[in-house]
Write a protein that binds this ligand. Structure first.
Ligand code: MG
Ligand code: ZN
Length: 189
């Protein structure tokens, strides 16, 4: 009887831990692709070198990948929601061609003036992901190239965060990598 209970608890624990996804939350512009400002066209979307290799490595380590991206260009009328969706579908497919599954892409279409709950550094997109998936936030990572990305991690209580920056002397943040492939050295430790 006791043994049964222990076994059941063990199995339950095993199942629960299996359901909890460890996520690498990736900002898009400046992390996945070169940020020329309001990137909205497939022809102008350039993957940064090493992104696919880095993501494959994340998957090998047992992480899944979620993209969270501010896209105020929609709210500003620079491009449409459909343009964004077309680009996103294309991007996801490029990852697929490299055997990389992107679990989900969340975007905030609003301008700063709209004062929404999803524009980073607010945590609406993280909260949405927690509603959609069973996520082990403690063992997840957030990677972005702006202070607002790091603030998002802080606001959402994501302890593991990396700033993509060419300024390695930026002492404000402990974890700095020059690009996504460079983050591997931090994440594998
Ligand atoms: Mg960015
Ligand atoms: Zn928003």
């Amino acid at each position: 009887m006791l043994y049964d209970n222990i076994l059941r608890a063990k199995n339950k624990g095993f199942i629960i831990s299996n359901l909890n996804k460890r996520i690498i939350f990736l900002d898009r512009d400046g992390v996945i692709n070169h940020d020329y400002g309001y990137v909205s066209q497939i022809e102008k979307f350039q993957f940064i070198d090493g992104v696919f290799d880095a993501c494959k490595y994340f998957l090998d380590l047992g992480y899944e990948i979620i993209v969270i991206t501010n896209q105020s260009g929609i709210g500003r009328g620079y491009f449409s929601k459909n343009d964004f969706q077309d680009l996103t579908n294309w991007m996801i497919n490029e990852f697929k061609k490299n055997n990389i599954n992107i679990l989900k892409v969340y975007h905030c279409p609003h301008t700063p003036d709209e004062n929404c709950d999803c524009r980073k550094p607010k945590i609406g997109m993280i909260q949405q992901s927690l509603n959609d998936f069973n996520i082990d936030l403690q063992n997840s990572w957030l990677i972005g190239d702006k202070k607002s990305d790091i603030e998002t991690a802080i606001n959402a209580n994501i302890l593991n965060k990396i700033l993509i920056s060419q300024d390695k002397n930026n002492s404000e943040f402990p974890n700095i990598a020059s690009n996504l492939i460079d983050t591997i050295n931090i994440i594998k430790n």
